[in-house]
Design a binder for this molecule. Structure first.
Ligand SMILES: C[S@@+](CC[C@H](N)C(=O)[O-])C[C@H]1O[C@@H](n2cnc3c(N)ncnc32)[C@H](O)[C@@H]1O
Length: 273
């Protein structure tokens, strides 16, 4: 039993609101896609099923093992690597995607900068990097004072449940407290930390490395899930990799992404890391 994959599927697998956006970006890009933080393949498999060549990168080999098993016959490769430090033998992609809040898992600004540099080194000239950021991460308010119901699944007669308990501030980051329960066993509490950063801040950080910023895109919130802002960054037409120290930022800055903070008091929604 690949328990990590079970929890990942429970906590991320049901999210479909963003899939149309990734499909559209992949169709526009018309080339190979790198899915960063691919997990068990929610987005990778959706694109590959439409004939897109996808490289699925994740730091967790157990999740990629589940993805690979599901990708039978599809144009998918898996790479176990840290997104902040990867090198794929000179390969270049027309599109790099970072779905859900994965970019908020990279350990703040230094981690994001390391990832952005790696991404630039793997983009074709004019290629696009698109990353989704949670619009809000404070989920209890007057209207929604209880968490959403747990995600549950029965596998071989055993019930698995994952319940978001609360989201609190932890030294400037959002700390998501979850309780994972396997029927008949002791519950396990896990905490996932997400950096609070806006799409505009990402655009500024990326501009300093040589990316240009396209208008942000939006994934609407639903009753169950928070909305996201997708920051869209374009590599220079003559992309030879990231600018070295001392380079002048050349990124044009546009767009009006909403920050997490600007929607703090809005409705309860699930975040899905
Ligand atoms: C919120 S999940 C998203 C999974 C998948 N992209 C989806 O949309 O369903 C975040 C994923 O990022 C991966 N991840 C977290 N930190 C990472 C890192 N530094 N490098 C590569 N992958 C990372 C996790 O293992 C996890 O699979």
């Amino acid at each position: 039993m690949n328990l990590e994959a079970v929890w990942h599927d429970l906590e991320c697998g049901g999210y479909v609101e963003d899939l149309a956006l990734w499909r559209e970006l992949a169709a526009d890009a018309g080339g190979p896609v790198l899915d960063v933080g691919a997990g068990t393949g929610r987005v990778t498999l959706e694109l590959a099923a439409r004939g897109v060549d996808v490289v699925a990168l994740d730091v967790d080999e157990r999740l990629l093992a589940a993805l690979a098993a599901r990708a039978d016959g599809l144009p998918v490769e898996t790479v176990v690597a840290d997104a902040r430090q990867f090198s794929l033998d000179g390969r270049r992609f027309s599109l790099i995607i970072v779905p859900m809040q994965t970019l908020q898992l990279f350990g703040g600004r230094p981690g994001r900068a390391a990832f952005l540099r790696c991404a630039l080194d793997h983009l074709e000239p004019g290629g696009v990097l698109a990353a989704a950021l949670a619009d809000a991460m404070d989920c209890f308010d007057d209207e929604h004072d209880i968490p959403p119901p747990p995600e549950t699944r029965e596998i071989l007669g055993v019930r698995y449940a994952s319940q978001l308990l609360t989201v609190v501030d932890d030294d400037g980051r959002a700390a998501l407290h979850r309780r994972r329960t396997i029927a008949g066993a002791e519950a396990e509490d896990v905490i996932i930390h997400l950096d609070r950063v806006s799409a505009d801040e990402i655009a500024t950080e990326a501009g300093a490395l040589g990316f240009a910023t396209e208008p942000h895109l939006h994934i609407p919130q639903t009753e169950e899930y928070l909305g996201s802002t997708v920051v869209v960054l374009r590599a220079p037409a003559g992309n030879g990799g990231h600018l070295r120290l001392g380079s002048v930022a050349s990124g044009a800055f546009r767009g009006t992404g909403r920050t997490c903070e600007s929607r703090q008091s809005e409705s309860f929604g699930r975040t899905v890391p």
